[in-house]
Design a protein around this ligand. Structure first.
Ligand code: ATP
Ligand code: MG
Length: 221
């Protein structure tokens, strides 16, 4: 637990956001900042995967995706990068990552996995998905273009585990689901890759140092 010097509030819990970050963009980053500002988590760790399990392999290396995450967060307090999936190599199963983090932080610390509505809707296809809630809470953020059109399996899952307030997630270690609308930004990595491929500007969709890195290394051409 740390003390927020500005507000004098106690910060509790570890928030994480996994992703391919191919590349990281302002949709990811604004979501992360909204979470840090709106809730009292000590920090938020971005966890780039090594090998995505549900989509095509990225055209750039894990190290390049990691470099861009580091560039994006370098000047923001509270945002951290966790490179465990890249170090671990192999298919990046979230259940493995959550189990590892849980073992490190101990049984009592709240662990909150932030994910967009699109990812949440695909949850039943994830490896050992029913285990995720044993290790962490799920904090599901809305994403323009994705409606909570829940198939029955997810619908009963959400009802079973739904929290009564977001603050409840900081009072227990795991086991709850919360849905929130944060700053809606219709930005995706695929949109950025497609613009770069067509030699169109990607400005203002992602931090300038990340844009410069993409241009310097001629990524997504
Ligand atoms: P791609 O277009 O390649 O699928 P992406 O933009 O969806 O990439 P990911 O790295 O796959 O980015 O996303 C990581 C996490 O961030 C996921 O949980 C995803 O739902 C969430 N996310 C991505 N973009 C946004 C956004 N604009 N608003 C809210 N959440 C987002
Ligand atoms: Mg996606």
């Amino acid at each position: 637990m740390t003390i927020d010097s500005r507000a004098g509030l106690k910060k509790k819990g570890v928030a994480i956001m996994g992703g391919t970050f191919d590349p990281i963009h302002n949709g990811h980053l604004r979501t992360a900042v909204d979470i840090l500002d709106g809730y009292q988590y000590a920090n938020l760790r971005l966890i780039p995967c090594f090998q995505p399990v549900h989509k095509r392999q990225p055209s750039i290396t894990p190290q390049q995706r990691l470099d861009m995450v580091k560039l994006a967060i370098s000047s923001h307090d509270g945002l951290l990068v966790d490179d465990r999936e890249i170090t671990r190599e192999g298919p990046s199963y979230t259940a493995d990552t959550l189990r590892e983090i849980r073992a490190q932080i101990g049984p009592d610390e709240p662990l909150v996995m932030v994910l967009g509505m699109d990812s949440f809707l695909s949850l039943p296809t994830w490896h050992n998905w029913q285990d995720l809630i044993k290790y962490a809470h799920l904090f599901v953020v809305s994403r323009p273009g994705w409606e909570p059109d829940l198939i029955s399996e997810l619908s009963s899952f959400s009802e079973n585990y739904r929290a009564s307030s977001p603050h409840e997630l900081q009072c227990m270690p795991s086991g709850l689901v919360w849905f929130e609308t944060l700053t809606p930004l219709g930005i995706s990595s695929s949109m950025i890759r497609s613009l770069a491929r067509k030699d169109k500007s990607i400005a203002y969709l992602l931090p300038e140092p990340v844009q410069n890195y993409i241009e310097k290394h001629q990524l997504y051409r």
